[in-house]
Design a protein. Structure first.
Length: 330
């Protein structure tokens, strides 16, 4: 298996297309299918279908949030998928965006670090299959265990982390950290944060993987590049990503884009996205250049998660293109 993953926004694709993507990813020898969950399809029911349609590829969330389900329900969900897939499941956790959590669920996006640590601790204990008690700030588990013993005690757990503190927590308690728009300098920072976190719990930092969500261009054309720029502008408009963009020298541009985006002047915001920024933080350009970037990640010990940036009318073709270009089949 190639140390390579695929992710898609489930709400942008039909159920049949998604199942075709995961089957094609397995045929191309991808290691993992990382399913997002935002305001599209519910993740775990779709992973159950993916488990039934495949036999080798790992399947899991990339990511589900830690606010709309309890840790007990998440442990039950991923244990069920692990049973259905004969031990191929993994669990990617994150906070979720403000729009999804606060506007969509009506929940407060509070204390993500504290909540995340409790979630990982409780989920891991539940997957051990033994009765236990736990008293935390958010959850109190009393003399409890899952009725059905999990297939595996060590289902991998990965944390989506934009900021240093969450990356450090991943180093402390998780099997890997999922990052976006990863650059060489960013990789150094991520690894340093993993080391800091791993030292807190006496772990070997080399056992904590780096998983790079990699926005991938779907065709060497102007409209494909425009679709990519729209997504980069969207990220520039979010203050959560300014630390990353500042690191590649475009912090001031990101702030200008944020202002225009929030005024709903998105065409003007799009014009401010520099080509060089797109080149630095995405997999963009010719098929050869995209494959070179993928190989660069792999040589650095980073696991790329191919994230096709699709066009509205060619979504299916775009996903297949991105999957194939990443493995040198285009």
């Amino acid at each position: 298996m190639l140390q390579l993953g695929l992710t898609i926004h489930s709400g942008d694709h039909s159920l049949n297309d998604i199942l075709d993507y995961v089957k094609e990813a397995e045929a191309l020898d991808y290691d993992g299918f990382w399913l997002t969950e935002e305001s599209g399809k519910e993740a775990f029911s779709l992973l159950a279908l993916a488990a039934d349609k495949t036999s080798k590829i790992r399947i899991g969330t990339g990511i589900v949030n830690i606010y709309s389900r309890t840790p007990t329900l998440l442990a039950m969900a991923i244990s069920t998928v692990d049973n259905l897939s004969d031990g191929r499941a993994f669990l990617g956790l994150g906070t979720g965006g403000i729009g999804f959590i606060e506007r969509g669920h009506g929940l407060k996006l509070e204390d993500p670090l504290g909540r995340m640590k409790e979630y990982v601790t409780i989920i891991r204990r539940l997957l051990q299959g033994e009765r236990f008690s736990y008293r935390g700030r958010y959850f109190n588990i009393r003399d409890f265990r899952l009725r059905e013993k999990p297939k595996r005690k060590d289902v991998p757990i990965y944390l989506a982390a934009l900021n240093p503190k969450m990356q450090q927590l991943a180093g402390e308690v998780a099997d890997g950290v999922i990052v976006n728009m990863l650059t060489d300098d960013g990789l150094k920072e991520v690894r340093e944060n993993i080391k800091i976190g791993a030292e807190r719990s006496g772990r070997d930092p080399s056992r904590v993987g780096v998983y790079a969500l990699s926005m991938t261009l779907c065709g060497d054309t102007e409209d494909a590049l425009e679709a990519m720029k729209k997504v980069v502008a969207f990220y520039c408009a979010s203050p959560h990503y300014h630390h990353i963009i500042q690191g590649v020298g475009y912090g001031d541009v990101a702030k200008q884009i944020e202002v225009l985006w929030n005024k709903n002047q998105r065409d003007q915001a799009l014009k401010l996205v520099p080509d060089e920024l797109v080149q630095k933080v995405t997999l963009t350009g010719s098929p050869q250049r995209i494959k070179e970037r993928i190989n660069g990640y792999l040589n650095a010990g980073v696991y790329p998660i191919v994230y096709p940036i699709i066009r509205k009318d060619t979504a299916r073709e775009d996903v297949f293109y991105a999957m194939r270009v990443a493995v040198g089949r285009v």
